[in-house]
Design a binder for this molecule. Structure first.
Ligand SMILES: NC(=O)c1ccc[n+]([C@@H]2O[C@H](COP(=O)([O-])OP(=O)(O)OC[C@H]3O[C@@H](n4cnc5c(N)ncnc54)[C@H](OP(=O)(O)O)[C@@H]3O)[C@@H](O)[C@H]2O)c1
Length: 238
C-alpha cells in the first residue's frame, strides 16, 4: 500500500510509520523537523519524507512523483494546549490549537484528498476527549469534537467516490504530547500499542477506532449522564 502519515516525527504517527514501513508498505512521512525525518528514514526502508508546516497552506508540497495514488491518508498531526484561566481567555492559544488540529486538516484535504484512490481510506486522528466536556479543554476538545463531526460528514459525502473514512479516538497514549501533562492519565498505552490498535482497526475497515476499550466505555458512561450532573462532578474535579 501507499500510505501518507502526518505528524510522523514522534508519538503515534512515528509508531504508525515504522510499523507500516516494516510490514513492507511505502510510507510518506510528514513532519516539521528534517533532522527527525532523516532519523526516521534511517531506521526503516520504504520511508520518503516531506518536511513542512501543516498550518501554512502555501507550503504544502505535491506528492513525490515516484509514488502512485494513495491507499491510506492518515492525518495524525496535532497538538494540545490547555486553557488554564477561562475568564482571561487566550485567543492566540485557541487559534494555535484550532489551526493545527482542525484548519490544517482542511488544507490537507484540499491538497491531497484527490490523490487517494477509489477503494482507499482517509483516517483522522481525533480523541476520546471529544466525548465529554473536560475542564481546560476548550481549545483541544472543541477541535477534536469538530474533527469527529468532519469525519462523519466526509464518510457520507465520499461514499460516492469510493473513499472510506475512519476516525480514531484514543484514550491516553504515552507520547511527547502527554509527557507535558501533570495530572493522572489512567489506562495509558504506549505509542506502539496505539499504532497496533489503529492498524488493526483500519485492516478491519472500522469507521470508529476507539481504545482502550474500558477507558472508552467509562468515558461514554459519563457522557450519557445529564450535563447538569456531569458539570457538578467536573467542577469538583477541577
Ligand atoms: N497522546 C495522546 O494521549 C493522544 C490522545 C488522543 C489523541 N491524540 C492525538 O494523536 C495525534 C498525535 O499525537 P501524539 O500524542 O503522537 O503527539 P506528538 O508525539 O506530540 O506528535 C505530534 C506530531 O505532530 C506534528 N506536528 C505538530 N504541529 C505540526 C505542524 N504545525 N506542522 C506539521 N507537523 C506538526 C509533530 O511534528 P514536529 O515533531 O515536527 O513538531 C509531531 O510529529 C494528535 O492529533 C493528538 O491530538 C493523542
Amino acid at each position: 500500500m501507499n500510505i501518507m502519515i502526518t505528524g510522523a516525527t514522534s508519538g503515534i504517527g512515528q509508531a504508525l510509520a515504522l510499523a507500516y514501513a516494516k510490514a513492507g508498505h511505502n510510507v510518506i512521512a510528514c513532519g516539521r523537523s528534517q533532522q527527525k525525518l532523516d532519523a526516521l528514514a534511517e531506521r526503516q526502508g520504504n520511508i520518503l519524507t516531506l518536511c513542512f508546516d501543516l498550518t501554512q497552506f502555501d507550503s504544502y508540497p505535491p506528492l513525490p512523483n515516484s509514488m502512485g495514488k494513495l491507499d491510506l491518508l492518515i492525518l495524525n498531526a496535532g497538538d494540545c494546549e490547555y486553557i488554564d484561566d477561562a475568564i482571561n481567555f487566550d485567543a492566540k492559544l485557541f487559534e494555535r490549537v484550532i489551526n493545527i488540529n482542525l484548519i490544517s486538516i482542511g488544507y490537507a484535504l484540499d491538497a491531497w484528498l484527490k490523490s487517494v484512490q477509489c477503494g482507499g481510506r482517509l483516517v483522522l486522528i481525533s480523541s476520546s476527549a471529544q466525548l465529554l466536556a473536560l475542564p481546560r479543554a476548550e481549545a483541544y476538545g472543541a477541535s477534536k469534537a469538530a474533527l469527529s463531526y468532519l469525519a462523519q460528514t466526509l464518510s457520507i459525502d465520499l461514499a460516492k467516490d469510493g473513499i472510506e473514512v475512519s476516525c480514531v479516538h484514543p484514550g491516553f497514549v504515552d507520547t511527547p504530547l502527554t509527557s507535558r501533562n501533570t495530572f493522572a492519565m489512567p489506562m495509558i498505552v504506549s505509542s506502539e500499542q496505539a499504532a497496533q490498535k489503529i492498524i488493526q482497526g483500519i485492516a478491519k475497515g472500522k469507521r470508529d477506532i476507539s481504545f482502550p476499550g474500558v477507558f472508552i466505555f467509562l468515558m461514554k458512561c459519563l457522557s450519557w449522564l445529564p450535563f447538569s450532573l456531569w458539570r457538578r462532578l467536573a467542577i469538583r474535579m477541577n
